[in-house]
Design a protein around this ligand. Sequence first.
Ligand code: FE2
Length: 583
Amino acid sequence: MKILGISLGHDSNFSLIDNGEIISVYEAERYYRQKRYKLQALNPGEEKISGYQIVKYSDLVETLTYLKNNWGSDFDFIAVQNQGREDEFQRLRLILNKVGIKFKNIENFAHHLSHASLAYFTSPFDKSIIFSYDGAGNDGQTLLFTATGNEINYFKNFHIRFGQAYNNLGYIMGLKPDVAGSTAGKLMGLTSYGEVREDWKEHCRNYIRNYKKITSIFKNNKKIDYGKNHKINSIGLNNIREFNSYLYPNFLFSNFFAKLGLIKQHLKLNDLKNKDFQDLCKTFQIVWSEEVIKILKTSKSLSENLCIVGGCALNGITNYIIEKEKIFKKVHYVPNPSDCGLSIGAALLANYKYNKIKFVGKKSFFNPYLGDYAYDLKKINIFKKNYYSLDLDGNIIFQKIAKIIFHNNIIGVIRGRYEIGPRALGNRSILSNPLNKNMKQILNDKVKHREWFRPFAPVCAFEDSKKFFTNQNEILYMSVICDTKKEYQAIMPAITHIDGSARLQTVTKETNIFLWKLIKEFENLSNVPVLLNTSFNPGGEPIVNFCEVGLKMLETTNLDYVLIENTIFTDFKNKDKLNQIIL
Ligand SMILES: [Fe+2]
């Protein structure tokens, strides 16, 4: 049964499933080079403004044509997730016809049910609880499902807006949101700087339990920064005495009404280095995790397994607490728990609903390297003329790249198919030396230019990881933030966050042979089987999938090298430096 999965809205994505196997995934942001790119089924020729982005009818036609050329034009089933928008679903059918994609059946699946399906049908379990939580879905925000064999059932819908509350606190802190308006990833990095304030916990709890999004009364159809229309709601947090002087009225010229209590006030804490503000973030994160744990405990009698999914499942701090609490025997994560995984979820739902193959749990790990090869890989011989390059083969490649990294150079890697989901897992990564105490600064100065409070991540061979880190299991997709063991924190300063934590990825020969071999060669030079791994992207853009864009960073940033498959590239002015290392 050949199924095309389609997820429209922000983080648009498409997937090809054949007899239950995920064959390929297309994430629109990688092609259109704007984070969390949105495709929608509009009317012919229509364009509309949505924050930073212009959403175009033609983009969806172009994408479906590309997929038809790569994945074929005949499908048994088309499984759609679009937050339940029926009118858009009907327009999509017309566009599929126009493009020439034929199908026997088509169905529209609910948002969290699709999240849940992705998590469960890629898990090793044949019975599990599924916890799905995010910003918003047409079937809720925070849900528990039960799953047995091919069946997934709604179990409980909780009216807590975990995703929105997290995101809104980022706005209170003055963080710049990403293109889809989310501040959550950045805020998670900031929480590590604070201390828990016991007397603030109840206020944070009130905030999390009672948060509701305030919709702006001003409609703005201009192309503006995402999040500009966001209205802060600091319900609960307003009662923290220490922040009294940071309360502002919601509307201009409304101080008078605010003082009379007629207009609700909101917090603005625009100083990321203020210790009290950092403490609020930390206290909030801990209470947020406690509230999640409370929900999970209500279902622990139903299964010893947990699948966790939805955008909030990217919170590795909470995931680590879930593991340490040992509520469940085993927890299954996915590389793409946010909306970028929904097309696979919808397609797997269709597969196990209509294709009578019995689901007994996946025996193999969920391979994240399911994206496209670099779109312009065929032009590699042209690139070789524009940059200085050397072809490296066999084991030489691992020795030489390890040496480059050991000597504190920064290298971007484009090899094989890209890893799906928001995190770079080695095939579209920038790698550097975790042992250099200045490497975080060097990386930011030369290439990444990220906010000072955001950490860089380690990648370690799994068999060695427990010596250096406090992880209990394999961490395949950086889903769990553990700690660097105390005795190694000073040895690996570039990948250890301010509170000793680390966003570890572990690899084995089976999960990523290139990265594993490279780490082993780096260990031969340094005695430490760990590399610093961060996403390969120009500032503000999605992870690269055009060689040309990655190579351009040799000119626009101080990136030292780019490895494309087995060829290393550098600027002509670095020729002697590269020759010295390689030849
Ligand atoms: Fe979602």
